[in-house]
Write a protein that binds this ligand. Sequence first.
Ligand code: GLU
Length: 552
Amino acid sequence: MDSNKQMAELLFGNITKTPEDYEQAYPKRNLEEGAVVTRFAPSPTGFLHFGGLFAAFIEKTAAKTTNGVFYLRIEDTDKKREVENGVSLIVKGLNDFGIEIDEGMLSETEEKGAYGPYMQSKRTEIYQSYVKSLVEKGLAYPCFMTEDELASIRERQESEKVLPGIYGEFAKYRDISFEEAEKRIKNGDEYVVRLKSPGKAENRIKFKDVIKGEIEMPENILDVVLLKKDGTPTYHFAHVVDDHLMRTTHVIRGDEWISSVPIHLQLFYLCGLRPPKYAHISPIMKEENGGKRKLSKRKDPEAAVSYYSEVGYPKGAIWEYLMTLANSNYEDWRLANPNEDIDNFKFAFKKMSKAGALFDIVKLSDVSKNYICKLSAEEVYDLVTDWAQENNEKLYKLLVDDEEYAKAIFAIERGNAKPRKDIATWSDVENYVSYFYSELWDGQRDFADNLSNEDMIEILELYREVYDENDAAEDWFPRVRDMAVSLGYAKAPKEYKKNPDDFKGHVGDVAGVIRVAATGRRNTPDLYEILQVLGKDEVIKRLDEAIDSLRS
Ligand code: GLU
């Protein structure tokens, strides 16, 4: 047996399957030309960052628009970062935003799909089989350096200002003999398995990033760790094995990984595997004091995706916004196609920002208003009720106590050519509907001060007489106008402006008094529709209350 083979048996005597076996177990996927197979691959920290959601959205979109596959792989090789129920929390995070997976982890223990296991801690033997074959080829070796040795190397490299890491003269065990390795292992010495990098400092590599374009970097010369002391893989190595065997076509991930691409490409090459395409997403940025910085988990509440569910942005609006951030031409497309399904937009990596998309909560709210104004009253009702059930008990009760009434409120000025844009989030709803519910409205009335109380009382008393709940929409305003004229108000603002001294005011002032009497507010959606929803008894009651309050 040659010494590399001997070494491989020494380190991995228990590993019997070969990379070829896995090659057969996970065959090439049978998909149409151009189908994107990609994944979301978080650590099970349970925390879904807005940047993670953005990445998952891009990944899902890339797969969906090409009839490909989007899967969820859990990268739990770093046990220190794990939290209890971390997988379920991530799955829930994705579900809350309607990002469905085709394959992968469904909870801490369940998964679906033929390319699993989708949890790295269940794949140890697979990684070891690939490392074993590298050792057999003399491309990997056991390294027995202690923490102290590593620390002193790091110190020396820092003071000499040379590339940190294990390579060249620092790679003490690069040429370790089988005999020495055997002796140390028998002695119980701990070791990691390192790559024996064939890279040369003077070489450069080029690759084409799908988002960032052509990138040139120095070749990897580091003997990076492949397997840690406990036999589990590092991210670098697990990525190569997993993305190959899961037949990923596009690795779409944060651009903090760009600097590792030379390592990854070298590992693919040495394992005899074809690398996937890389698409590195720039971080989401935020404007601050005239400059830009990364959206920060520490400083920005909107960095955690739970923020959006709590405040109550509908997931459809979040999708709209994510697509706006993803592709610079999306907004124009949306303007030209206001009623098209978002799925009909042709997403393109090339249209992604290289510098990092700018997060803007005001913009998000605008997008959300535009989205919500197009929903039907039933849809708004269902979504608000779902949200309120978890986030606003008082509102929830009112909504379910009288579903018909609530739907009638949401139907006001909805479904017409220019629907109103009063609601950006479900948290806005309580205030938006408050005057419809005695439980929410304090009865305060914000009358304008251009008319005297006597004038207002006169208007309301007369309106109380002439008000007819059976008026059709087109008859309602003429009735108010006739009434206004009979009381000495101009029938139109224009007429009033010409001869202000001839009138007490104009019809708008009169309607304004009725509006405040019925709702407390000077600005509301269509008053006729509001009065219809309130119903005769309530309208009369409110007019009386208003008259009383003006008298006192
Ligand atoms: N587990 C890595 C992370 O959370 C995944 C990067 C990747 O998508 O490959 O950053």
